[in-house]
Design a protein around this ligand. Structure first.
Ligand code: SF4
Length: 431
């Protein structure tokens, strides 16, 4: 399949370690179902599972033949699978107070069914209800943000911060309006994305449902992690996969223990995380198991600020041991990670783990690695590092920040002030 497409169960994507199939869910699954998915990963794939940045479960290391068997076996599990257009909402939908976006999401998916094959494969609609877990940073072709008046502010392209607003639509007309927008995208061409739309030429059947937007109240970003309450009875435990990846055996143990504790449901969630729902005691017991099987349980763990692809030796294209380097960075250079600076470690220039620009990226090459500052893996590096020089470079960057950061400055701002030349100089002589 094309690189610009999204892997699905019936259209796996070729990666450096075989084919990858995505199991996109619209609701929580039971611990038993999660354990069954882990078994299928071992039976048909290479026993590695991902949860992507958008919160999709992925099974790796398949062949075309085993991917077909996986599809049949996954469908037999009777999971709440998302088919067709990617419409995304909070993983806590229906469990927290306030707007439940699911009825609108399902209506949009249903209305978009006839457009199958006419829309860009990566096109997504995000429904934002400003609850306990926010999707503000997810790129969306169409974003609907709930107002407090049974209506939705509509944005096209980008994140909540960057996507331009086109107006406000009532709850009642929202599905129809989104469908009219999607039809407009399809009429322009099957590769059309939200960011490309000319606002001055929106069709009449979109405009008639839009009213002027009330001012958007930008609430502080929430990203609850660990154990938290969702009402008097239900609690949630949110943990994360280091580098978005875990061995199926470890996740199966987590799922089996969750079943034993009486956990009611588990859901993959954005930022490579997993949320378990149940009574407080069950979630608290599962917290200990999560740590034992290697999941991230602390919100401020530096591993949460590192994007790394499978790298060497998992991927045939890799020229960098991304996971070894990432664990070194988290353990030995915690000064880098104040929350303002994401580190991207890429086995090669493809940049699978983080296709958009990163503040700092190390990219494996045939002969050492490249360090890119505030750019994509394909951008001009500020430094070429000799083979195995990456750990020393990370240590030098941490020392630079510790000595050069001014009061009140974040790590990111400090590096921006020093600029590419200041950073490259701190890494020593050489190209
Ligand atoms: S970016 Fe990483 S996972 Fe993607 S092809 Fe390169 S080495 Fe493989």
């Amino acid at each position: 399949m094309a690189r610009s497409a999204c892997p699905t169960l019936d259209a796996p994507m070729l990666t450096g370690d075989g084919y990858l199939s995505r199991v996109a869910l619209i609701d929580a699954i039971t611990p038993k179902q999660l354990a069954a998915l882990c078994s299928l990963s071992i039976a048909h794939g290479n026993g590695m599972l991902d949860i992507s940045a958008r919160g999709n479960l992925q099974i790796r290391g398949l062949t075309l033949a085993s991917a077909a068997k996986l599809e049949a076996d996954v469908r037999a599990l009777d999971l709440p699978l998302r088919e067709g257009l990617a419409v995304e909402w909070s993983p806590l939908a229906g469990l927290e107070t306030g707007n439940d976006p699911r009825p609108l999401g399902l209506a949009i998916m249903e209305a978009a069914r006839p457009l199958r094959g006419r829309l860009a494969p990566k096109l997504s609609v995000v429904l934002e209800t400003t609850g306990l877990i926010r999707l503000d940073d997810l790129l969306a072709d169409i974003r609907l943000v709930a107002t407090n008046k049974n209506a939705w502010n509509v944005f096209l392209g980008g994140t909540l911060q960057t996507g331009p607003g086109i107006g406000c639509v009532s709850d009642e007309n929202a599905a129809e309006c989104v469908c009219a927008l999607l039809t407009h995208f399809a009429d322009i061409g099957p590769k059309t994305r939200g960011r490309q739309i000319d606002m001055s030429s929106l069709p009449e059947n979109v405009l008639r449902d839009l009213n002027p937007s009330p001012p958007l109240v930008r609430l502080p970003q929430q990203s609850l992690f660990g154990l938290f309450a969702l009402g008097h009875r239900t609690h949630a435990l949110r943990v994360a996969l280091p580098f978005g990846q875990i061995k199926a055996q470890a996740l199966a143990e987590f799922a089996q223990r969750a079943e034993g504790f009486g956990i009611e449901g588990i859901r993959p969630a954005p930022d490579h995380s997993l949320i378990a729902f149940g009574v407080k005691e069950a979630c608290a017991n599962l917290h200990g198991v999560a740590e034992q099987v290697g999941l991230i349980v602390k919100a401020d763990d530096p591993l949460r600020q590192i994007d790394a692809c499978p790298g060497s030796p998992s991927c045939n294209s890799a020229r960098l041991e991304t996971h070894t380097l990432g664990r070194f960075a988290a353990r030995e250079t915690p000064a880098l990670f104040d929350g303002s600076l994401r580190l991207h470690l890429s086995g090669c220039v493809k940049g699978c783990a983080h296709p958009t620009p990163s503040p700092l990226a190390f990219i494996g090459t045939e002969n050492g690695s490249h360090l890119v500052f505030c750019g994509k893996t394909t951008d001009t590096p500020i430094k070429h590092l000799a083979p195995t020089a990456e750990k020393a470079a990370l240590a030098a960057l941490a020392r630079l920040i510790e000595t050069a950061r001014r009061d009140g400055e974040t790590n990111h701002d400090c590096l921006v002030r020093l600029g590419p030349n200041g950073i490259a100089a701190a890494l020593g002589e050489g190209p």
